[in-house]
Design a protein around this ligand. Sequence first.
Ligand code: SF4
Ligand code: SF4
Length: 300
Amino acid sequence: MLTGIHFLLTYLCTFECDHCFLYCGPHTKGTFTLNQLRQVFDEIARIGTIESVYFEGGEPFLFYPLMLEGIKIARNMGFKAGIVSNAYWATSVEDADLWLRPLSELGIFNLSLSDDLFHDDEEEINAAKMALTAAKRSGMPASTICIEKPTVMTDVHTEQGKGTSVIGGGAMFKGRAVEKLTEGLPRRPWKEFITCPHEELETPTRVHLDPYGHVHLCQGLSMGNMWETPLSEMVKNYDALSHPICGPLVKGGPALLAKEYDVKHEDTYVDECHFCYLVRLALIDRFPQYLAPRQVYGLE
Ligand code: SF4
Ligand code: SF4
Protein backbone atom coordinates (compact mmCIF):
# COMPACT_ATOMS: atom_id res chain seq x y z
CA MET A 1 0.00 0.00 0.00
CA LEU A 2 1.37 3.37 -1.04
CA THR A 3 1.70 5.58 2.06
CA GLY A 4 4.55 7.97 1.18
CA ILE A 5 5.00 10.57 -1.53
CA HIS A 6 8.42 12.13 -2.01
CA PHE A 7 8.59 15.26 -4.15
CA LEU A 8 11.88 15.70 -6.00
CA LEU A 9 11.07 19.39 -5.81
CA THR A 10 14.05 20.26 -7.98
CA TYR A 11 17.02 18.47 -9.52
CA LEU A 12 19.10 21.58 -8.88
CA CYS A 13 21.62 21.32 -6.06
CA THR A 14 24.42 23.36 -4.52
CA PHE A 15 26.64 20.27 -4.56
CA GLU A 16 27.60 17.73 -7.20
CA CYS A 17 28.33 14.70 -5.05
CA ASP A 18 30.09 11.66 -6.48
CA HIS A 19 27.54 9.43 -4.78
CA CYS A 20 24.47 11.29 -6.12
CA PHE A 21 22.18 8.71 -7.70
CA LEU A 22 20.17 11.42 -9.49
CA TYR A 23 23.08 13.27 -11.12
CA CYS A 24 22.03 16.50 -9.39
CA GLY A 25 24.22 19.59 -9.45
CA PRO A 26 24.34 23.38 -9.80
CA HIS A 27 23.35 23.27 -13.48
CA THR A 28 20.78 20.48 -13.45
CA LYS A 29 17.37 21.39 -14.82
CA GLY A 30 13.87 20.55 -13.57
CA THR A 31 11.84 22.19 -10.80
CA PHE A 32 8.15 21.85 -9.88
CA THR A 33 5.88 24.86 -10.27
CA LEU A 34 3.29 25.70 -7.64
CA ASN A 35 0.52 24.83 -10.05
CA GLN A 36 2.05 21.40 -10.65
CA LEU A 37 2.31 20.81 -6.89
CA ARG A 38 -1.37 21.66 -6.48
CA GLN A 39 -2.32 19.22 -9.25
CA VAL A 40 -0.34 16.46 -7.57
CA PHE A 41 -1.91 17.12 -4.17
CA ASP A 42 -5.37 16.71 -5.73
CA GLU A 43 -4.27 13.32 -6.97
CA ILE A 44 -2.64 12.39 -3.66
CA ALA A 45 -5.98 13.00 -1.97
CA ARG A 46 -7.66 10.69 -4.50
CA ILE A 47 -5.21 7.87 -3.77
CA GLY A 48 -6.61 7.76 -0.25
CA THR A 49 -3.77 5.86 1.49
CA ILE A 50 -1.05 8.53 1.70
CA GLU A 51 0.17 9.42 5.19
CA SER A 52 3.37 11.38 4.63
CA VAL A 53 4.81 13.76 2.07
CA TYR A 54 8.53 14.53 1.80
CA PHE A 55 10.23 17.42 0.03
CA GLU A 56 13.65 16.63 -1.31
CA GLY A 57 15.76 17.00 -4.45
CA GLY A 58 18.31 18.10 -5.43
CA GLU A 59 18.17 20.68 -2.71
CA PRO A 60 14.62 21.76 -1.85
CA PHE A 61 15.72 24.80 0.21
CA LEU A 62 16.85 26.41 -3.09
CA PHE A 63 13.13 26.94 -3.73
CA TYR A 64 12.24 27.81 -0.17
CA PRO A 65 8.93 29.66 -0.80
CA LEU A 66 7.70 26.81 -2.99
CA MET A 67 8.75 24.19 -0.44
CA LEU A 68 7.04 26.16 2.33
CA GLU A 69 3.85 26.43 0.32
CA GLY A 70 3.95 22.70 -0.47
CA ILE A 71 4.37 21.89 3.21
CA LYS A 72 1.45 24.18 4.09
CA ILE A 73 -0.77 22.36 1.60
CA ALA A 74 0.39 18.98 2.91
CA ARG A 75 -0.25 19.93 6.55
CA ASN A 76 -3.66 21.45 5.73
CA MET A 77 -4.59 18.18 4.09
CA GLY A 78 -3.56 16.29 7.21
CA PHE A 79 -0.36 14.66 5.92
CA LYS A 80 2.86 14.39 7.89
CA ALA A 81 5.55 16.48 6.18
CA GLY A 82 9.29 15.78 6.03
CA ILE A 83 12.30 17.36 4.33
CA VAL A 84 15.66 16.06 3.11
CA SER A 85 18.35 18.75 2.78
CA ASN A 86 22.10 19.18 2.52
CA ALA A 87 21.92 22.12 5.00
CA TYR A 88 23.86 24.55 2.76
CA TRP A 89 21.73 27.33 4.27
CA ALA A 90 22.97 26.83 7.84
CA THR A 91 25.65 29.53 8.06
CA SER A 92 25.29 29.66 11.85
CA VAL A 93 22.93 28.15 14.39
CA GLU A 94 21.13 31.47 14.73
CA ASP A 95 20.74 31.82 10.97
CA ALA A 96 19.67 28.20 10.58
CA ASP A 97 16.93 28.99 13.06
CA LEU A 98 15.64 31.72 10.70
CA TRP A 99 15.18 29.14 7.96
CA LEU A 100 13.67 26.54 10.26
CA ARG A 101 11.27 28.66 12.30
CA PRO A 102 8.50 28.95 9.65
CA LEU A 103 8.81 25.20 9.05
CA SER A 104 8.74 24.42 12.73
CA GLU A 105 5.50 26.36 13.07
CA LEU A 106 3.93 24.12 10.43
CA GLY A 107 4.98 20.95 12.27
CA ILE A 108 7.67 18.96 10.44
CA PHE A 109 7.89 15.32 11.48
CA ASN A 110 11.41 14.72 10.16
CA LEU A 111 14.19 16.93 8.88
CA SER A 112 16.82 14.68 7.38
CA LEU A 113 20.21 16.37 6.93
CA SER A 114 23.15 15.14 4.83
CA ASP A 115 26.19 15.09 7.04
CA ASP A 116 28.49 13.02 4.93
CA LEU A 117 32.08 12.96 3.96
CA PHE A 118 31.25 13.56 0.30
CA HIS A 119 30.32 17.15 1.17
CA ASP A 120 33.78 17.09 2.40
CA ASP A 121 34.98 20.42 3.57
CA GLU A 122 34.77 21.38 7.20
CA GLU A 123 32.38 24.22 6.54
CA GLU A 124 29.78 21.98 4.97
CA ILE A 125 30.05 19.33 7.65
CA ASN A 126 29.52 22.07 10.20
CA ALA A 127 26.52 23.35 8.27
CA ALA A 128 24.69 20.07 8.87
CA LYS A 129 25.67 20.11 12.54
CA MET A 130 24.51 23.71 12.94
CA ALA A 131 21.22 22.91 11.24
CA LEU A 132 20.80 19.91 13.52
CA THR A 133 21.44 22.02 16.61
CA ALA A 134 18.96 24.68 15.47
CA ALA A 135 16.34 22.03 14.66
CA LYS A 136 16.74 20.38 18.06
CA ARG A 137 16.46 23.73 19.83
CA SER A 138 13.20 24.44 18.06
CA GLY A 139 11.89 20.98 18.92
CA MET A 140 11.87 19.81 15.30
CA PRO A 141 12.62 16.08 14.91
CA ALA A 142 15.83 15.96 12.91
CA SER A 143 18.41 13.38 11.95
CA THR A 144 21.51 13.11 9.80
CA ILE A 145 22.28 10.87 6.85
CA CYS A 146 25.93 9.95 6.55
CA ILE A 147 27.37 8.41 3.40
CA GLU A 148 31.09 7.80 3.21
CA LYS A 149 33.46 6.79 0.43
CA PRO A 150 33.16 3.07 -0.29
CA THR A 151 35.45 0.98 1.89
CA VAL A 152 36.27 -2.66 1.38
CA MET A 153 36.35 -5.07 4.28
CA THR A 154 37.66 -8.55 3.53
CA ASP A 155 37.60 -11.84 5.40
CA VAL A 156 34.44 -11.01 7.27
CA HIS A 157 31.77 -13.48 8.31
CA THR A 158 28.63 -12.76 6.33
CA GLU A 159 25.70 -14.71 5.00
CA GLN A 160 27.79 -15.08 1.85
CA GLY A 161 30.46 -16.92 3.84
CA LYS A 162 33.91 -16.37 5.30
CA GLY A 163 36.40 -14.53 3.14
CA THR A 164 33.81 -12.46 1.32
CA SER A 165 34.53 -8.81 0.62
CA VAL A 166 31.91 -6.42 1.90
CA ILE A 167 31.63 -2.84 0.68
CA GLY A 168 30.92 -0.31 3.42
CA GLY A 169 30.13 3.40 3.35
CA GLY A 170 26.47 3.31 2.40
CA ALA A 171 26.69 4.57 -1.20
CA MET A 172 24.24 3.02 -3.65
CA PHE A 173 25.72 2.21 -7.04
CA LYS A 174 23.34 4.01 -9.36
CA GLY A 175 23.58 7.34 -11.19
CA ARG A 176 26.78 9.31 -10.75
CA ALA A 177 28.01 6.80 -8.16
CA VAL A 178 28.44 4.23 -10.94
CA GLU A 179 30.60 6.61 -12.95
CA LYS A 180 32.63 7.88 -10.01
CA LEU A 181 32.82 5.24 -7.30
CA THR A 182 32.84 1.71 -8.68
CA GLU A 183 36.40 1.57 -9.98
CA GLY A 184 38.59 -0.85 -8.07
CA LEU A 185 35.79 -2.27 -5.93
CA PRO A 186 35.41 -6.03 -5.61
CA ARG A 187 32.94 -7.60 -8.01
CA ARG A 188 30.77 -10.69 -8.12
CA PRO A 189 29.50 -12.77 -11.06
CA TRP A 190 26.42 -11.30 -12.79
CA LYS A 191 24.48 -14.53 -12.33
CA GLU A 192 24.35 -13.94 -8.56
CA PHE A 193 22.22 -10.81 -8.95
CA ILE A 194 18.76 -12.32 -9.03
CA THR A 195 16.81 -9.95 -6.78
CA CYS A 196 16.24 -6.26 -6.19
CA PRO A 197 17.40 -5.95 -2.58
CA HIS A 198 16.24 -2.40 -1.85
CA GLU A 199 12.89 -1.54 -3.43
CA GLU A 200 9.48 -3.07 -2.95
CA LEU A 201 8.70 -3.09 -6.65
CA GLU A 202 5.61 -5.28 -6.35
CA THR A 203 3.93 -3.32 -3.60
CA PRO A 204 5.70 0.03 -3.30
CA THR A 205 5.10 1.93 -0.08
CA ARG A 206 6.56 5.16 -1.42
CA VAL A 207 7.31 6.76 -4.77
CA HIS A 208 9.35 9.79 -5.80
CA LEU A 209 7.70 12.32 -8.11
CA ASP A 210 9.67 14.64 -10.35
CA PRO A 211 8.79 17.87 -12.18
CA TYR A 212 8.74 16.09 -15.54
CA GLY A 213 5.92 13.86 -14.27
CA HIS A 214 7.95 10.69 -13.70
CA VAL A 215 6.83 8.47 -10.84
CA HIS A 216 10.06 6.85 -9.67
CA LEU A 217 9.93 3.38 -8.12
CA CYS A 218 13.73 3.54 -7.95
CA GLN A 219 15.82 6.42 -9.29
CA GLY A 220 15.21 6.52 -13.06
CA LEU A 221 12.77 3.59 -13.01
CA SER A 222 9.34 5.07 -13.59
CA MET A 223 5.85 3.68 -13.06
CA GLY A 224 4.71 6.10 -15.79
CA ASN A 225 4.16 9.80 -16.38
CA MET A 226 1.66 11.52 -14.10
CA TRP A 227 1.24 14.44 -16.53
CA GLU A 228 -0.14 11.89 -19.03
CA THR A 229 -1.99 9.51 -16.70
CA PRO A 230 -3.48 10.81 -13.45
CA LEU A 231 -1.35 9.65 -10.52
CA SER A 232 -4.25 8.07 -8.62
CA GLU A 233 -5.25 6.04 -11.67
CA MET A 234 -1.68 4.96 -12.33
CA VAL A 235 -1.18 3.82 -8.75
CA LYS A 236 -4.49 1.94 -8.75
CA ASN A 237 -3.72 0.10 -11.99
CA TYR A 238 -0.03 -0.57 -11.31
CA ASP A 239 0.95 -4.18 -11.75
CA ALA A 240 4.68 -4.80 -11.38
CA LEU A 241 4.60 -8.02 -13.35
CA SER A 242 3.20 -6.34 -16.46
CA HIS A 243 5.67 -3.43 -16.21
CA PRO A 244 8.40 -4.13 -18.82
CA ILE A 245 11.27 -3.38 -16.43
CA CYS A 246 9.83 -4.19 -12.99
CA GLY A 247 8.40 -7.51 -14.20
CA PRO A 248 11.80 -9.11 -14.92
CA LEU A 249 13.35 -7.42 -11.86
CA VAL A 250 10.71 -8.91 -9.58
CA LYS A 251 10.98 -12.36 -11.14
CA GLY A 252 14.75 -12.61 -11.37
CA GLY A 253 16.53 -9.35 -10.56
CA PRO A 254 18.95 -7.57 -12.90
CA ALA A 255 20.21 -10.93 -14.22
CA LEU A 256 16.79 -11.72 -15.66
CA LEU A 257 16.31 -8.16 -16.92
CA ALA A 258 19.51 -8.45 -18.96
CA LYS A 259 18.57 -11.92 -20.21
CA GLU A 260 14.99 -11.01 -21.11
CA TYR A 261 16.08 -8.17 -23.41
CA ASP A 262 19.32 -9.75 -24.55
CA VAL A 263 21.47 -6.94 -23.16
CA LYS A 264 25.20 -7.43 -23.64
CA HIS A 265 26.92 -7.16 -20.27
CA GLU A 266 30.13 -7.72 -18.38
CA ASP A 267 30.87 -10.87 -16.38
CA THR A 268 30.98 -9.16 -13.00
CA TYR A 269 29.46 -6.21 -11.16
CA VAL A 270 29.85 -4.59 -7.76
CA ASP A 271 26.29 -5.34 -6.67
CA GLU A 272 22.68 -5.66 -7.84
CA CYS A 273 22.18 -1.90 -8.33
CA HIS A 274 25.38 -1.52 -10.34
CA PHE A 275 24.25 -4.24 -12.74
CA CYS A 276 20.61 -3.09 -12.79
CA TYR A 277 21.53 0.53 -13.49
CA LEU A 278 23.80 -0.37 -16.42
CA VAL A 279 21.24 -2.73 -17.94
CA ARG A 280 18.61 -0.01 -17.64
CA LEU A 281 20.98 2.49 -19.25
CA ALA A 282 21.41 0.11 -22.18
CA LEU A 283 17.62 -0.13 -22.52
CA ILE A 284 16.84 3.58 -22.17
CA ASP A 285 15.98 4.22 -25.83
CA ARG A 286 13.76 1.16 -25.94
CA PHE A 287 11.66 2.11 -22.90
CA PRO A 288 11.75 5.93 -22.73
CA GLN A 289 8.50 6.08 -20.79
CA TYR A 290 9.77 3.80 -18.03
CA LEU A 291 13.47 4.64 -17.90
CA ALA A 292 13.41 8.36 -17.31
CA PRO A 293 14.40 11.10 -17.17
CA ARG A 294 17.56 10.67 -19.18
CA GLN A 295 19.40 13.18 -17.00
CA VAL A 296 19.41 10.79 -14.03
CA TYR A 297 21.44 8.45 -16.26
CA GLY A 298 23.92 11.25 -16.94
CA LEU A 299 22.53 11.78 -20.47
CA GLU A 300 21.32 14.95 -22.17
S1 SF4 B 1 23.64 13.66 -3.10
FE1 SF4 B 1 22.28 15.25 -2.32
S2 SF4 B 1 23.62 16.98 -1.86
FE2 SF4 B 1 24.76 15.63 -3.22
S3 SF4 B 1 24.39 16.38 -5.32
FE3 SF4 B 1 22.85 14.78 -4.89
S4 SF4 B 1 21.07 15.88 -4.12
FE4 SF4 B 1 22.85 17.27 -3.94
S1 SF4 C 1 18.86 -0.14 -8.94
FE1 SF4 C 1 17.63 -1.92 -9.50
S2 SF4 C 1 18.27 -3.50 -8.04
FE2 SF4 C 1 18.92 -1.51 -7.19
S3 SF4 C 1 17.22 -0.85 -5.89
FE3 SF4 C 1 16.87 0.04 -7.92
S4 SF4 C 1 15.52 -1.42 -8.96
FE4 SF4 C 1 16.45 -2.47 -7.22
